[in-house]
Design a protein around this ligand. Structure first.
Ligand code: SF4
Ligand code: F3S
Length: 108
């Protein structure tokens, strides 16, 4: 499966969701995750993300490994609903796109 990592937090541009053929994205307050059992590894979403947040599971960077379990966990959270169409990013998304340390800002 593909995995969304730290760059997405507080950016949530949602370009990724428009291209997914199986609608496996789930949306939280300031982050998205991919439901790993539904993702068919089509690769289409990777190029859409302006902050390069999406990786195949076996290429997730060393310091982002915890996001593999986090995508699996949060995609099962009933409050995290499917999102299938792009929507407006947060007003301050561009201010966060180059910030690296955002994990502590994740809202669940
Ligand atoms: Fe959807 Fe394809 Fe991205 Fe998986 S790799 S989340 S199936 S667009
Ligand atoms: Fe997040 Fe990138 Fe999608 S910022 S919402 S993974 S386009």
């Amino acid at each position: 499966a593909y995995v969304i990592t730290e760059s997405c937090i507080k950016c949530k541009y949602t370009d990724c969701v428009d291209v997914c053929p199986v609608d496996c994205f789930r949306e939280g307050p300031n982050f998205l995750v991919i439901e790993p059992d539904e993702c068919i590894d089509c690769t289409l979403c990777v190029a859409e993300c302006p902050v390069n947040a999406i990786y195949p599971e076996d290429e997730v960077p060393e310091d982002q490994q915890h996001f593999i379990a986090l995508n699996a966990e949060l995609s099962q959270n009933p409050a995290w609903k499917p999102i299938t169409a792009k929507k407006a990013a947060p007003a301050d998304a561009d201010e966060w796109k180059d910030v690296k340390e955002k994990f502590h800002l994740l809202d669940r």
